[in-house]
Design a protein around this ligand. Structure first.
Ligand code: FES
Length: 145
């Protein structure tokens, strides 16, 4: 009786394991097929952000730098500046305020000057600044190396 019970237990374990292996063999490839592949983020080091005539003095534009927003500014003096548009406080999108003539974050009233330095409010550090190059009629923004 006890010997019969042990055999039955072993057979049950083997059958259970076989069923689990069979289900895994079916569902694992299906789940792997349904899961999107991880695609590494393309490294963007330079983008065309605007054309020269697109911005008047004392205006700005948000552009796409890879998968992140950038802020291109033409200062009141006509100089080009570019920064990441992500606030260093809690990652809100910053904007250029032509009335204040500097960069402002609406989330918690953070202010940055035209060099990207945090001048008031909660932002703990300056914005990352990009290089701006004019090539013909195009304005290119690139990461500093
Ligand atoms: S997220 Fe910009 S000031 Fe808080």
């Amino acid at each position: 009786m006890s010997q019969d019970f042990k055999r039955r237990t072993i057979v049950n374990w083997l059958l259970g394991g076989g069923v689990i292996a069979w289900l895994s063999a079916i569902f694992f490839p299906v789940l792997k097929y349904l899961q999107p592949p991880s695609i590494p983020e393309a490294v963007v080091s330079s983008v065309k952000a605007a054309t020269v005539n697109e911005l008047a003095n004392n205006s700005s534009k948000i552009f796409k730098f890879g998968n992140k927003p950038g802020l291109l500014i033409k200062t009141p003096a006509g100089e080009w500046r570019a920064f990441t548009a992500i606030c260093t406080h809690l990652d809100c999108i910053v904007q250029y305020r032509d009335d204040l003539e500097h960069i402002w974050c609406a989330c918690h009233n953070g202010h940055y000057d035209l060099q990207g330095r945090n001048i008031s409010g909660p932002p703990p550090r300056p914005l990352e600044e990009y290089d701006v190059n004019i090539q013909g009629k195009d304005v290119y923004v690139s990461k500093r190396t």
